[in-house]
Design a protein around this ligand. Structure first.
Ligand code: IMP
Ligand code: MG
Length: 191
């Protein structure tokens, strides 16, 4: 039985979509870094398996891939917050749209985020989750925006630091689109 052979000539972005710019992090680089993060987390959390808390919707793909590289009996929970409308600018307002199912008391919580931009979402989540008495609370962010770190203190695990381009793909959206792309690319459409 033969597998599917990837076509090396296939374009990096869905062809004909003028709203997609350059690839910012390609699929191979993403997967290699995520495997590394998984190994680090496996070593750091040996003997105290984490509860992975994914922030929907942006972190769903990262969380799924990351978890497959953590060789520990992890558990999962999700919460959904809304900090952006359908535009590419932050509203500065964070709202819990879906709360966790799990009680965090005494748990080793690893918060999994897609991107820390202004850091407002993370600041809010940290405060909110630490008030629930976890044994520990650490953050794993796939992306951090360079220069936007004032309130983004203490990121224990970071995949990549990126520039000012708004990015889509690999879970990240603009107006709910492009989340399924297996790589990250710059948004070149209207903002
Ligand atoms: P912050 O509160 O400014 O740190 O924004 C965090 C949230 O804004 C992320 O969880 C994303 O949902 C969204 N966001 C920020 N930058 C981008 C981007 O470049 N692409 C897609 N979503 C983004
Ligand atoms: Mg978003």
């Amino acid at each position: 039985m033969s597998g599917v052979v990837p076509d090396p000539s296939s374009p990096p972005s869905p062809s004909g979509d003028p709203n997609l710019g350059a690839v910012v992090v390609g699929e191979e680089a993403l997967q290699a870094r995520i495997a590394e993060l998984g190994r680090e987390i496996t070593a750091d959390f040996a003997g105290r398996p984490p509860l992975l808390v994914g922030v929907l919707k942006g972190a769903f793909m990262f969380m799924a891939d990351l978890a497959r590289h953590i060789d520990l009996p992890v558990e999962f929970d999700f919460m959904a917050v809304s900090s952006y409308g359908s535009s590419t600018r932050t509203s500065g307002v964070v709202r819990i749209v879906k709360d966790l199912d799990a009680d965090l008391t005494g748990r080793h919580v690893l918060l999994v985020e897609d991107i820390v931009d202004s850091g407002l979402t993370l600041r809010y989540l940290r405060q909110n989750l630490s008030a629930r008495n976890p044994a520990s609370l650490d953050v794993c962010a796939l992306l951090v925006r360079e220069g936007a770190h004032e309130v983004a203190q203490d990121l224990r695990y970071v995949g990549f630091s990126i520039g000012s381009d708004f990015v889509v793909g690999y879970g990240l959206d603009v107006a709910e689109r492009y989340r399924s792309l297996p790589y990250l690319c710059a948004w070149a459409g209207p903002t």
